[in-house]
Design a binder for this molecule. Sequence first.
Ligand code: IPE
Ligand code: IPE
Ligand code: MG
Ligand code: MG
Ligand code: MG
Length: 325
Amino acid sequence: MAAPVADRPGNSGQIVYATQPVSPSTDVRLSVLFEERIPYFSERVAHAMDELLPQAGEQPERLHKAMRYAVFNGGKRIRPLLVYATGECLGVDVSRLDTLAAAIEFIHTFSLVHDDLPAMDDDDLRRGLPTVHKRFDEATAILAADALQPLAFAVISGMGEVATHTRANLVKLIADACGSMGMTGGQAIDLAAEGKELRGAELECMYALKTGALIRASILSVCLLADGTSPEYFDALDEFSRDIGIAFQIKDDILDVEGLTEVIGKTAGSDERLRKATYPALFGIDASHKRCAELLADGLNHLAPLGKDADPLRWLADYMVSRGS
Ligand code: IPE
Ligand code: IPE
Ligand code: MG
Ligand code: MG
Ligand code: MG
């Protein structure tokens, strides 16, 4: 299975634009498989983020450089891809999804910058490059992440072509996903659980918050944008998103154990060093693979009502648990 082009640790941190300019959706043949259009989607979101971020030369320069460094240092762009895949599933034109995809990637990036700080996971390497606090300094990393988060909400609020009430609903959905009952809460539980034994349900609850919440929001935000998504489809996508969100974090934990630093672009074995409560640490590597496969199967089952339109999401879910980095 081909990995997304952005899935390459150690790249230069520059945005590399495709040889073809980003074309409007009408130019992209929907008959081409989603997985073959990953470079196209990655370019679209990179282009949108480039437009939405302040220029690196804008004052305060160091802050803006750090924000751009954090965003354009590679990354698989899984959450934007989920936005585009859900958009295809629900028939939302790709041009209506770029800003949303960019905003969600800003939030994800902010979470990574904070996650790597000495006060949290104290990691030196991210996407094959020095983490933001290593490349700049700790205060700049904190501030760059602090600025990426409100930027996400500012750009969603400014989606002029979207009805005001829908914009408000998007802000609420994504704010909830990254707040204390979502990603940030999950991160707090993760830190408090270092060196502790958690039961399976507790561990999965932590995963659902720290990682699953934003993955779920990436999918459900498109349901809101689509207008008129049936309750049946909404519930199916909700259930699917919950399963793959947890599976994605278990796979991340597996890669921390089985992956090589040069391949995963993060220091392998970091979880063991920090005595993190992870699926492999608590239940073993075999059980982790098994649980990941189970969650994927459950997630795919939930997509049944959506028929073939959900094929992009099926491919992406499979990639999320079979990826090598
Ligand atoms: C890493 O996320 C952190 C988790 C929530 C597991 P990704 O694996 O999506 O990181 P990037 O964006 O591709 O670097
Ligand atoms: C991070 O989980 C989840 C976030 C919300 C950022 P990890 O701490 O396992 O992510 P990595 O392995 O550093 O990317
Ligand atoms: Mg962490
Ligand atoms: Mg970490
Ligand atoms: Mg990890």
